[in-house]
Design a protein. Structure first.
Length: 100
């Protein structure tokens, strides 16, 4: 199934967003927070959570936050590293920042 999907073509989508409901804890922290951390699947990463992980704190203390996605390569398997004659292609970097 995956091979057939890839034959049809795929699009890489990169985004920058936050989550005001559960503060992205589901991504790289302990979630659900009311379950014990020893329960399988609850510990999802090292982020401590708490006040410093809330969107409100981040927006207030880092209003000019931005991200640069760079060195993104695409091509046939084993063509995107090492010798540049192997056919892989590299995209130019993309900048995502606060929209004015």
């Amino acid at each position: 199934e995956m091979g057939a999907a890839m034959d049809r073509g795929m699009v890489l989508a990169l985004s920058l967003w936050d989550d005001t409901l559960v503060h992205m804890l589901w991504l790289d922290s302990r979630y659900p927070v009311d379950d014990p951390p020893t329960k399988p699947g609850v510990m999802r990463g090292p982020c401590p959570g708490g006040k410093f992980s809330t969107p409100a704190y981040l927006r207030e203390n880092h209003p000019d936050a931005s991200v640069v996605y760079s060195s993104i390569k695409f091509g046939e398997i084993n063509s995107t590293f090492g010798d540049s004659t192997r056919g892989g292609r590299q995209l130019t970097s993309a900048f995502l920042g606060r929209q004015q």
